[in-house]
Design a protein around this ligand. Structure first.
Ligand code: AMP
Length: 392
């Protein structure tokens, strides 16, 4: 049995065919720059790679091309269901679901909360139902894992009507990663999820951290949108909300334009003026750029501060798990973050950290001190597993 996992963005379609039991990717690929002259579809299957130019192709053409590719390579026959990543499920969806018309309507009813992501996610679902009839479709939400947060964690201190009439609250994102990594961390340290209190730091281009108790999210750093919380590649994360009105006045722009800058020109990119990419900034810092060094230091300081804040939702910190491109690979970022967490009882094992925890079952802190681990994430595998479980 295999599952086709689809992640439809506004100008890209990521796909993978995954064996949900064995866990391996059978084929992975990416359709990108959709709608433009440079639209293309690339894939990698068992060591073989391919790319086709598909000038002007949109989502429909690319999904059709993916189906043709899977047929040509003899993979379509084993695909028994399609798992769709859906970004915003609002307060309606607390778990993955089999898609029928009422689920499509429910996702559409969350479009105001995820205006950039939900419409392309829905387009992918609609196209699969038309182009690949007969296969069940499952929606797996970025927000669902966080629906277990208690009200003191998910409510904002704003007028009550903002919550009741306008759905203003924390929803949280990266739920599939936090769920996968928290379960994986428990497996790695031989603890039952039911008895484990931990914090997961998902650090990629987008970054968020989550407190997990008994396998359930109890607090997270992202909010109504993915702009809240940690400093990220191009997103500011937390700041005084009055900055928005202040800069709107100063620049003669409206709030939307300022929020666009906070989403796309801030974070590591904004502070360094060099790049949104951690690898590039670490290199620039080594070569003497003070702006790059400051951006990295701010990233680690603010991350540590958020982790300390999440600890108030736990009775104890059984472990801190680092994941995502930065969390899994960036030795100095983990080192500086652990340094700032000294007061909570974390102390780095430098050799273990330098090896990304590979020879210590993930552990990067010194024995006898608070436990921090590197735990590789695999959101696609969790989507495939949920899909397989739901379609039976
Ligand atoms: P993701 O969104 O999970 O793919 O993560 C992307 C981020 O991970 C980028 O900022 C990359 O620079 C960063 N990253 C990937 N590999 C490394 C590495 N070896 N060292 C530092 N950062 C890395």
């Amino acid at each position: 049995m295999a599952i086709l996992v689809l992640n439809c963005g506004s100008s890209s379609v990521k796909f993978a065919v995954i064996d949900p039991v064995a866990g391996g990717n059978i084929i992975v690929g990416l359709g990108q720059r959709l709608g433009s002259d440079q639209a293309s579809l690339s894939w990698s299957h068992g060591g073989e790679k391919g790319e086709v130019q598909m000038a002007k192709a949109g989502h429909a053409e690319v999904i059709s091309a993916v189906v043709d590719l899977l047929k040509k390579r003899g993979l379509m026959a084993s695909v028994q269901g399609i798992g769709h990543r859906v970004v915003h499920g609002g307060a309606r969806f607390a778990a993955s679901v089999l898609i029928d018309q009422s689920v499509v309507d429910g996702i559409a009813a969350c479009n105001h909360l995820g205006p950039l992501h939900n419409p392309p996610n829905l387009l992918g679902i609609d196209l699969c139902r038309k182009l690949i009839p007969g296969l069940p479709n499952v929606a797996v939400f970025d927000t669902a894992f966080h629906q277990t947060m208690p009200a003191q964690a998910y409510r904002y201190a704003v007028p009550h009507e903002w919550f009741t009439k306008h759905d203003v609250r924390k929803y949280g994102f990266h739920g599939t990663s936090h769920r996968f990594v928290s379960a994986e961390a428990c497996r790695m340290i031989g603890r039952k999820p039911e008895d484990t209190h931990l914090i997961v730091a998902h650090l990629g281009n987008g970054c968020s951290a989550t407190a997990v108790v008994g396998g359930k999210s109890v607090d997270t750093t992202m909010g109504l949108t993915p702009l809240e919380g940690l400093m990220m590649g191009t997103r500011s994360g937390d700041l005084d909300p009055a900055v928005i009105g202040y800069m709107a006045d100063r620049l003669g722009k409206d709030a939307k334009a300022i929020i666009d800058i906070l989403n796309k020109q801030s974070g590591l990119q904004g502070v360094s003026g060099i790049s949104n990419d951690m690898r590039a900034l670490l290199k620039a810092g080594d070569e003497g750029s003070e702006a790059a060094k400051l951006a990295v230091e701010m990233f680690c300081f603010r991350l540590a501060k958020a982790i300390a804040g999440l600890a108030v939702s736990l009775e104890r910190v059984d472990c801190l798990a680092f994941t995502g491109g930065i969390g899994e690979n960036s030795v100095p970022v983990r080192a500086r973050t652990i340094h700032y967490l000294g007061a909570l009882g974390f102390r780095l094992d430098e050799a273990a950290n330098a090896a990304n925890g590979r020879s210590t079952n993930g552990r990067i802190t010194a024995e006898g001190w608070m436990l921090a681990l590197v735990v590789p994430t695999n959101e696609e595998l969790l989507i495939a597993r949920d899909t397989a479980a739901i379609i039976g």
